[in-house]
Ligand binder design. Structure first.
Ligand code: AMP
Length: 504
């Protein structure tokens, strides 16, 4: 049987791993060195498609045709706030697609976001095939715990586009807990604090031997390392404008250089107290003189600029703890996942909240891919590892009720798989179709939530208003993906279910 690999499809970097013959987990190296591949896709001026390191290398020179951080908007409605914010920070062009989805124009070609994810998955697959010397057709892929149904579907679609079967989607923090707890016969409760390039997740997971049970999860899929970079960029632009009375934000090449250096400085400030921030010849003065950015950044300044972001993560930690019904003292270990958790301020805040330092039990950049590979291997036929992952729905799922109110069918943190039925009836005589709008989120009005789909159930028997009743079943599978079905309650006949649109 060809192998199943584990893939951590990250916002900034992706990584793959596999369990080899004797149960050893191996990260798959790229050209002998790096274990991570930048999640970047580009088309260069010759029309060549580039993915990963090659795409990153030419990013500064070709910002408009270089797509990065696209995971932030995958499976999102074009009309959502997330997309508005994203449009302000990226140089590539985003447009509304036919289904209120987001499409990208890269070098005069149009791409859906699942096509971009497919390019990245394909690159990872190629690297894995080179390394393993055999074909790879199946993978377990991780997603942020806080991904909606629609975002999970988009990742599955990406696999389908390149003939890579995404055998199972699992949540990133859950995968990390596997990397930590497998084979140790642990009986403890861990909190996974996962702050990556673009997303933030927290999960509280009870480990009982081979059983990994998520008690509660929460997060913000719009909070990650990129926002820390943006805080620095904002500061640098403001300082430059103060001293030179020039706004650099409209200059893509200057912005790209500032962005690159902002991230590098942020990383250096995790281990140093102060770093220079110098961008030579960033622009010209009105008199045609070359101008430089020359300043210094200190760790206290970085902390001042980003403490609001760290506070946001701590608020989420508190609310997930509340949801789990546990107290601070019930958490045996706090686990750090994601590159941004290397920031000292993050570790200090967690230490002071939990009264102990976070565990060094997993590698922050590798744990997710390793966990995905461990899970993949447990799915292989004949595997002796009988793992049980019991996960939850990150946000409520429900329907639109009168007055645009959101009627929850599943509460957040409901265990999955899970099915629930509701009864609906007709509102006028001889009505043969019932429409239902399904949303996911925590807002009281549907307008504040993400539209998952607009379903039409047809084939209802003609009857006076209120006489025909249908049962609508919401089925959320182990991957957190929803399917809908309906039947006529009198005749038992299954009704035809169509997703009409996913549009606001
Ligand atoms: P990940 O998605 O887990 O690869 O996380 C990548 C994010 O972590 C990026 O925003 C990086 O800038 C950030 N990062 C990586 N190393 C460090 C570090 N030493 N200190 C602060 N942030 C870091």
């Amino acid at each position: 049987m060809p192998p199943i690999i584990g893939i951590d499809l990250g916002t900034t970097n992706s990584c793959a791993a596999i369990v080899e013959g004797e149960g050893q987990v191996k990260l798959i190296p790229y050209k002998g060195g790096d274990f991570t591949i930048p999640s970047i896709f580009a088309i260069d001026e010759k029309g060549h498609e580039l993915v990963g390191h090659e795409a990153k290398r030419q990013w500064q020179l070709n910002p408009k045709n270089t797509v990065y951080a696209s995971k932030r908007v995958i499976g999102r409605a074009y009309s959502s706030e997330v997309v508005d914010v994203m449009k302000q920070v990226v140089a590539y062009a985003m447009r509304r697609g036919d289904h209120d989805d987001v499409v990208l124009d890269v070098a005069h070609k149009t791409f859906a976001l699942s096509e971009i994810a497919a390019k990245i998955l394909n690159k990872i697959r190629d690297v894995a095939q080179d390394y393993l010397g055999e074909k790879v057709e199946r993978a377990v892929v991780t997603v942020p715990a806080y991904f909606t149904d629609r975002q999970r579907q988009a990742v599955k679609d990406a696999g389908r586009l390149i003939g890579l079967e995404v055998v199972r989607i699992i949540n990133e923090p859950t995968a990390a807990s596997l990397a930590y707890g497998i084979g140790k016969d642990l009986h403890e409760t861990v909190l996974i604090y996962d702050l990556g390039g673009g997303t933030f997740d927290v999960s509280i997971i009870e480990i009982r031997g081979q059983i990994f049970e998520v008690k509660a999860t929460g997060g913000d899929i719009f909070l990650g390392g990129i926002d820390f970079d943006n805080a620095i960029i904002g500061h640098v632009l403001a300082e430059f404008s103060k001293s030179q009375h020039l706004d650099l934000s409209g200059d893509p090449v200057a912005m790209q250089r500032i962005k690159d250096l902002a991230e590098r400085s942020k990383i250096d400030l995790s281990t140093r107290a102060e770093v220079p921030f110098t961008v030579p010849f960033v622009t010209m003065s009105a008199q045609g003189m070359p101008l430089n950015i020359e300043m210094k950044l200190s760790r206290p300044l970085l902390e001042e600029l980003t403490s609001g972001l760290v506070d946001r993560t701590m608020r989420i930690v508190r609310s997930v703890l509340r949801d789990s019904g546990l107290a601070v003292g019930d958490i045996d270990e706090v686990m750090l996942v994601g590159g941004q958790t290397r920031m000292p301020l993050v570790q200090q805040q967690l230490s002071s909240f939990f009264g102990k330092a976070p565990s060094k039990g997993v590698h922050p950049d590798e744990a997710v891919a390793i966990g995905a590979a461990i899970y993949a291997s447990s799915l292989e036929t004949g595997s002796a590892t009988k793992l049980q992952l019991l996960d939850v729905i990150p946000m409520a799922i429900g329907i639109e009720a009168a007055g645009e109110r959101f009627h929850k069918v599943f509460q957040r943190n409901a265990p999955i798989p899970n099915a629930k039925a509701i009864t609906a009836t007709t509102s006028y005589d001889d009505q043969t179709e019932v429409a239902m709008r399904i949303y996911q989120g925590e807002a009281e009005l549907v307008t504040g939530n993400e539209l998952l789909g607009d379903f039409l159930f047809s084939g209802l028997r003609a009857a006076p208003a209120g006489a025909a009743r249908i049962e609508v079943v919401f089925d959320v599978n182990v991957e957190g993906i929803l399917t809908m079905s309906a039947r006529d309650l009198e005749t038992g006949k299954q009704m035809k279910t169509t997703v009409r649109v996913t549009q606001h």
